[in-house]
Each structure stands twice: as structure tokens, then as C-alpha cells.
Design a protein around this ligand. Sequence first.
Ligand code: NAD
Ligand code: TYD
Length: 339
Amino acid sequence: MRVLVTGGAGFIGSAFIRTTIAADESAEIVNLDKLTYAGNLENLAEIENHPRYRFVQGDICDAALLDGLFASSRFDAVVHFAAESHVDRSILSPDPVFETNLRGAFRLLEAARMHNVARFVHISTDEVYGSIDPPHEASENYPLRASSPYSASKAGSDLLALSYFTTYRLPVIVTRASNNYGPYQFPEKLIPLMISNALEDRRLPVYGDGMQVRDWLYVDDHCRAIREVLKKGREGEIYNIGGNCSLPNLEVIRRILEAAHKPESLLETVKDRPGHDRRYALSSAKLMAETGWKPLTGFDEGLARTIDWYRQNSGWVKRVKSGEYQNYYALNYGARGTV
Ligand code: NAD
Ligand code: TYD
């Protein structure tokens, strides 16, 4: 099976490539990535010379590049990860978010349609359902109520992808996963930011009261779910992928401090995120019933593995935290101040 992975130099895409090359001997992967601030070829160092893997640097918004690549490679499937993926950045600077997440998704769907691709998995997020009051959880037909430019762009691209199934019968499947964590995650998201700050004895910025709830999914469990969907998912369908691990942010941060043997005095309450969703919660019952998938990595085990990885890879952390990251950090956190 010849697969085009977009955004494969990012956190989840690189985990998908590494684990799929190992898990499926028939998989040949082409990775198309623009290498934005979030794309990093170091994430793929262990397979860069693998005979079933090839990297192409390019933008999913570039129609001519896509046409040439699809014509020469004749993909059996597309797994579309490429996106501007961070809520805080989408609030500070929404332009690239709509450019890549909407226009880029559109260009990729067009290329897949023109070249009769047999499977198109569009990777999306539980954030499209917006904040959900307890005790409810979102199933796949729950209304879309996106709150941030990021989640609105993902909701829009989900609809776009599904419209290509309805109108053109392009064999599209949409997956919506909960918050991922694990090795190689860029330290702008909660868990890697808190781990790397804690390991450097820096302050841990908690937005508002820290009681916002997220459902945590270990990245390799997510990638395994995507492979199941690629093999067994039904065309035109949406599949939620949750970690079955709902925790308030403060609890997550306290567990990081405990596991890293760092004091609670590192916690710092900062100004809340505008439009901050209070709680995400989703049901993965459909995916489990249709494929037998379930998450296998418990949170404490996944967190210990992740902290260990960040400890062992201080060079990687140092490199991604230099340069542009410093500007982002000053912009996002400097303006927040301590409440
Ligand atoms: P990431 O930010 O780590 O990586 C995104 C990758 O996309 C980078 O390698 C970047 O260079 C590439 N990219 C960005 N714009 C591009 C463009 N125009 N053309 C080609 N490549 C481009 O993101 P991630 O956390 O790995 O998320 C991957 C996907 O999973 C996204 O679609 C995201 O919405 C979705 N998702 C993420 C999470 C999460 O917790 N991180 C949860 C659910 C869904
Ligand atoms: P994040 O990892 O950005 O994912 P998302 O907002 O897409 O769910 O944030 C997870 C939660 O952690 C969210 O409630 C915001 C909160 N948060 C902080 O409290 N401080 C931080 O510095 C960051 C990055 C996030």
C-alpha cells in the first residue's frame, strides 16, 4: 500500500510514520511536509534511509506540486495530518491556520479526487465539538460548536472532506482524536511545555483555575487507531478516538511535578485563554465496536515514558526551544503576567 502522509515531520505524523513502517511491511510512505516551526526531520531520523520511506518538502496549498506528486506516485491512500495545530498560536495569528487547515485541505482533496485515490483519512480533533457539560460526551453526530480559530478551521475542513464523499464519492473518512501526548511533541502544548519547564526548573503557567478537563490519549494508541480506520473504517464515516482518561489540567501538572520530583512552588497561575473550552469529552464506542481498538497505554505509564524521553533528549528540546520559540513564548506568556 502506497500512502501519502502529510505533516509527517510533526508530532503525530512522525509517530504514525515510525510505527507504521515497523507494523506494516506492505506500507510504502511518502511524507509531504512544509517544515514549519512545528516540522522537524529529527523526529524521523531513525527511518530516514528506510527503503519504504521518502520525504518531500512542500506545501499542501501548492496545487501544481500536489498534481505532480500524485501523478508520479499513484497513492493508494492519503493520511492527512498537516495543519497549524495549536490553539494559542491560532488566537495570536489566525492567517496560517485558515490557509493550511482549510485551503490546504481543499487542495489535497482536489488532488485526491483528480487522481482517484482509494482512501482519504482526514485527521481531526474532538475540539470541533466545543466545550461539553458533564456528564455528557460527544458521539460522532454531536453538533459542531468550535470556539477557537484552530477548532473552527478543523470543523470547516471536516465538513469539506465529508462533502467530497457526499458529492464526488471520494472515499473519505474523518477521525476525531482527543488530546495526544508522548515523545517528540512540540513544547507549546500542555504536557511537553510543563515537562520541559519543570526539568529546567522554570515556572509552569496554569491558565485560569486549571480545572479545565481534557481526555489524554497516548500518541502510539492514536496511530494504531488510525491504522485500524485505514484498514476497516467505512467510507463517509466519522470515528472518534479518545484516551478514556479525563483529567483536569491541574491534576496533570501535579502528576508531572511528582514524577519529575519537582516542587509545587513552580506552579504559576496566569491569565486565562480567551474562549477557553472548559471540558472535552468524547465516546469512542463506534471505533471500538467496529474495529476492536482500545487505548492500551495507561496515563501514568505514558507520562513516565514521555518524561523519560524529554529527560534523555535534552538536545532535541534545546534545539526546538531556540530561535522562533523564544518569540512565541514572550508573545503568549509575557502578555499574560501573573494573576
Ligand atoms: P504538529 O503541529 O506537531 O505538526 C504539524 C505538521 O504539519 C508539521 O510537521 C508542519 O511542518 C506540517 N505543516 C503545517 N502546515 C503545512 C503545509 N501547509 N503543508 C505541509 N505541511 C504542513 O501537529 P500534530 O500535533 O502532530 O497534529 C497533527 C494533526 O492531528 C493535526 O491535523 C491536528 O489538528 C490533529 N490532532 C492533533 C491533536 C493533538 O493533541 N496534538 C489531537 C487531535 C487531532
Ligand atoms: P493544549 O495542549 O494547548 O491543548 P488544547 O487547548 O488544544 O486542548 O492545552 C491543554 C489544556 O492546558 C488547555 O485547557 C489549556 C491548558 N494550558 C495551560 O493551562 N497552560 C499552558 O501553558 C498551555 C499550553 C495549556
